[in-house]
Design a protein around this ligand. Sequence first.
Ligand SMILES: [Zn+2]
Ligand SMILES: [Zn+2]
Length: 162
Amino acid sequence: MSINEGFTCPACRKQLQTVRIRGIELEACTDGCGGIWFDAAELFRLDEPEEGEGDPVLDKLLALPRQGAAGPSGEKRLCIKCGAKMKNHEHREGSGIFIDECYVCGGIWLDGGELKAIRENPVVRQSNEERTRMARDFSQKVQDEKKRLEEAAKRPFRKPGR
Ligand SMILES: [Zn+2]
Ligand SMILES: [Zn+2]
């Protein structure tokens, strides 16, 4: 008979608090290690230095010291949402920042200080820019193809074989 007890920090076992930054609901270890839980795709809305700038909750989290050593943790943590074993892997090749990701639900756990490290990391920044450019190029290609098809459809229809 338990009421909603929320989530337990996968790093220090304290109770996680629900916080809101830029309208995104996150679970953060505000009373403990400063770690933050992101649901799938939420991290991309806060991984640039200017995103959420000046947000008091974010500022508080960013001010917390970096926990643990840089590099792979070697620790197997469980996803707070679905209980699967998370994978500790490098966030963007060459960044030197290792994060825990759940490959089942797409959630990401960042240790205390890692969000700040990600936001300030030049490799992450460059990789984000590349991704944005690729996405733009792709949507341009889709637009071009759509236009081409529309124009082809406008041309008078010629019956085959005449
Ligand atoms: Zn914690
Ligand atoms: Zn999960």
